[in-house]
Design a protein around this ligand. Structure first.
Ligand code: TNX
Length: 712
């Protein structure tokens, strides 16, 4: 497939081809009198065009010379298109509906970026072009987790629009997980009516986000049907996921009987029930699964239904007398094989509705799983290598390259379990370098990015800032390599991003992330530079006020400055001199009223090497205490409960007391999202966090080492 970038074509035309040096009126010009003609099955696309361009529909008006003509040309390969623009108008032929849609996106890219703002400019003039192109992979996906952070129909439509501009053609919707159930099931309305809301008086506990309030939501089937249609117009297939048999604490809170049959160990954990998996041996479970998956199969037109299969805690099955009996009957000794049995039953349910299963890579680890399935390789590259080697059609999405809930530099927000990476690393994903053979490549269905949303919960879910910042421009890089590959090279793609995609994303209203500015601090002077047309700002410690950076800054207190850039809707992360990040590690001892976990003892935090955990959840009046060997003088002391940047396993509400002599304590503040930043004016001997909540929705409290900034 020949592919040519539009700027290159414009340049080529204008320098080499006489056609383009014709006077202006001879060019293709779109105005409100421009008509769109189309083959009947392309009607939704003609309609789609009218939202962006100043054109009107003209189904039976052939041969007008100012028309846009949308055609099917079956000689092209799947999803490919040929776009021809000249003075006679625009002819766009696609192999199929998707091909024409992809051609429309190519057409948009040869227009001023404002068209994405749907302002329908009055006149658009276009250079002559012949552009033939088609995708590298038939599967170009993005996963959105609406289970952890609920996002309603409007937010998902916006997300779909943005994906469509990038020619992503699959939206994998993570609809059910431990923390939320987001789709109406008519035969069991309680699943969504109860499971769609957590906290407050819901049996679904709050583990993320708000604690004293019941909140959430779910899609009715009518809303979902509307979304499916909306996506289909934009050449996007929605693939639903119900995560089974693990990640099922939500449905187990609504239907506790689906869990394994043994008394849970809830005493030491203040009532927290660990059990999150469906019992494999309980026959009634398959009737419930048949009901709910049956409705999912009827609702979603996708060939594959994603049924999860990741991170199953098999210890629940090992403790269950019924599962143990089943293992003996079947002659299995490895409890992981129970997942094969469960998935086989689920596959039969799907097959009865003409559907195939899609699963996370763990579900196919034994190799027993049906080859009719599609595997989503997420844990690491090796999981993708293994799945393709076994011959499974595989969606490649290892977390270290494609999980956009990962943070992008160490100081930013987000997870870090898979890697810390930005769009450059996404773009650099290279199958050959990573060891995929030609035979394995034949089993690669395509690529997918993912946005898991447990770290989004506290970011005003109603605002797209965090979602956009985490996803863009990483999705631009994903879309490019899924469509074309990365032969163009990073430097060139980066220049294209800045010169073209940035303005497009601004017009789309995306609050995307800019790459950080380059800063240097030498001989008492800060110098800051960018190469992306952005404006540089800085803030000084102790004040939120933003200042324009206009010239180098002279200071002998470099730790007080943080720099960042803005470009319309976009912004970069903060960057600072290394002195800003410097911390002290004074000797201290940690004690709590909740006991010490043997797997994450106090010593982890005391040595500043890791995190500690308590043995149980917190109750009112429980405390955590830090005693420093010597009083500590500092400009800031940050105390944190919970995992870093994740509102989970925290003390949800509490007060903080400080002592300068280790004996007399005085109140100094309240926890916010499990943490507090103190700015003591005297050396500190001890601090104490006191819980004001009964239960924190998780089985323990996590304690981080204190982060103490020196007085400089
Ligand atoms: C792993 S991806 C998970 C999710 C988390 C995600 C966070 C997968 C199949 N399981 O439950 O949300 O990491 O990055």
């Amino acid at each position: 497939m020949k592919s040519t970038c539009p700027t290159l074509l414009v340049l080529l035309c204008c320098t080499l081809l006489p056609a383009c040096s014709r006077p202006m009126p001879d060019r293709c010009v779109l105005t409100s009198s421009t008509r769109v003609q189309f083959d009947p099955e392309l009607a939704p696309l003609a309609e789609y065009l009218t939202a962006y361009l100043p054109v009107t529909l003209a189904p039976n008006d052939a041969n007008r010379n100012d028309a846009i003509r949308l055609r099917i040309d079956t000689a092209l390969s799947a999803e490919a298109f040929r776009l021809e623009i000249d003075a006679s108008g625009i002819t766009l032929a696609g192999a199929d509906y998707g091909g024409v849609f992809n051609g429309i996106q190519a057409l948009f890219r040869s227009m001023p970026p404002e068209i994405y703002a749907k302002t329908r400019p009055e006149r658009i003039e276009l250079a002559d072009t012949v552009w033939t192109d088609g995708p590298r992979f038939s599967y170009r996906g993005m996963m959105l987790d609406v289970a952890r952070t609920w996002q309603g129909p409007d937010a998902v439509k916006r997300f779909i629009d943005l994906l469509a501009y990038h020619r992503i053609n699959k939206l994998h919707l993570h609809l059910a997980d431990d923390e939320g159930w987001r789709i109406e099931i008519r035969s069991h309305p309680e699943l969504a009516e109860i499971g769609g809301f957590r906290g407050g008086d819901s049996p679904v506990r709050a583990v993320y986000g708000k604690w004293d309030e019941k909140y959430g939501g779910y899609f009715t089937q009518a809303e979902m049907r509307d979304l499916i249609d909306y996506a289909a117009v934009r050449n996007i297939e929605i693939i639903p996921e119900i995560d089974l048999p693990g990640h099922s604490r939500n449905i187990a809170s609504v239907h506790p009987e689906i869990r394994c049959n043994y008394p849970p160990d809830t005493l030491a954990t203040n009532g927290y029930d660990y059990r999150s998996a469906w019992c494999v041996a309980r026959e009634e479970n398959y009737a419930l699964l048949a009901d709910m998956l049956g409705e999912i199969c009827e609702l979603f037109p996708s060939e594959y239904i994603h049924v999860g299969g990741d991170e199953v805690d098999v210890s629940q099955w090992q403790r269950c007398p019924d599962c143990r009996r089943l293992m003996r009957q079947k002659g299995i000794t490895d409890p992981h094989r129970l997942e094969d049995l469960f998935m086989k039953r689920v596959t039969e349910i799907l097959a009865a509705h003409g559907k195939r299963p899609a699963v996370w890579n763990e579900a196919a680890a034994s190799g027993e799983f049906t080859r009719d399935s599609r595997i989503y390789g997420w844990q690491h590259v090796k999981a993708c290598l293994d799945a393709t080697a076994k011959g499974y059609p595989t969606v490649v999405m290892p977390g270290a390259y494609f999980y956009f809930d990962m943070r992008q530099t160490p100081e930013e927000e987000g997870h870090d379990w898979a890697a810390i990476f930005d769009a450059k690393k996404v773009y650099g994903f290279d199958f050959a370098e990573l060891g995929f053979s030609e035979e394995q490549m034949r089993h690669v269905a395509g690529l997918e990015g993912a946005f898991f949303s447990e770290a989004y919960v506290s970011h005003h879910p109603e605002l797209p800032d965090y979602l956009d910042y985490m996803c863009y421009p990483r999705i631009c890089a994903l879309a490019r390599i899924a469509w074309r590959g990365n032969e163009q090279g990073w430097e060139d793609f980066y220049r294209e991003l800045v010169a073209e995609h940035y303005d497009r994303m601004v017009a789309m209203g995306i609050r995307f992330r800019l790459f950080p500015p380059r800063i240097s601090y030498r001989d008492g002077t800060f110098t800051v530079e960018t190469d992306d047309r952005s404006t540089i700002y800085y803030i000084e410690e102790g004040s939120p006020e933003e200042h324009r950076y206009k010239q180098p800054i002279h200071t002998d207190e470099p730790h007080r400055y943080r720099f960042f850039t803005r470009y319309h809707t976009a912004r970069s992360p903060y960057v600072a001199d290394k002195s800003y990040y410097r911390t002290l590690t004074p000797v201290f001892s940690l004690t709590t009223s909740m006991g010490e976990s043997s797997s994450a003892p106090y010593a982890n935090a005391e040595t500043y090497k890791g995190l500690s955990r308590t043995r149980r959840a917190c109750r009112r009046q429980d405390w955590i205490r830090y005693d420093f060997a010597e009083p500590v003088r500092c400009r800031e002391m940050f105390l944190q409960t919970g995992n870093r940047q994740l509102p989970k396993t925290i003390i949800t509400t509490g007060t903080v007391e400080i002592s300068y002599d280790g004996q007399r304590f005085e109140p100094i503040g309240k926890l916010e999202k499990g943490s507090i930043a103190l700015h003591p004016d005297r050396p500190v001997k001890s601090v104490r966090i006191v819980s004001t909540c009964d239960d924190n929705g998780t089985p323990y409290v996590t304690i981080q080492p204190p982060r103490i900034k020196p007085v400089i």
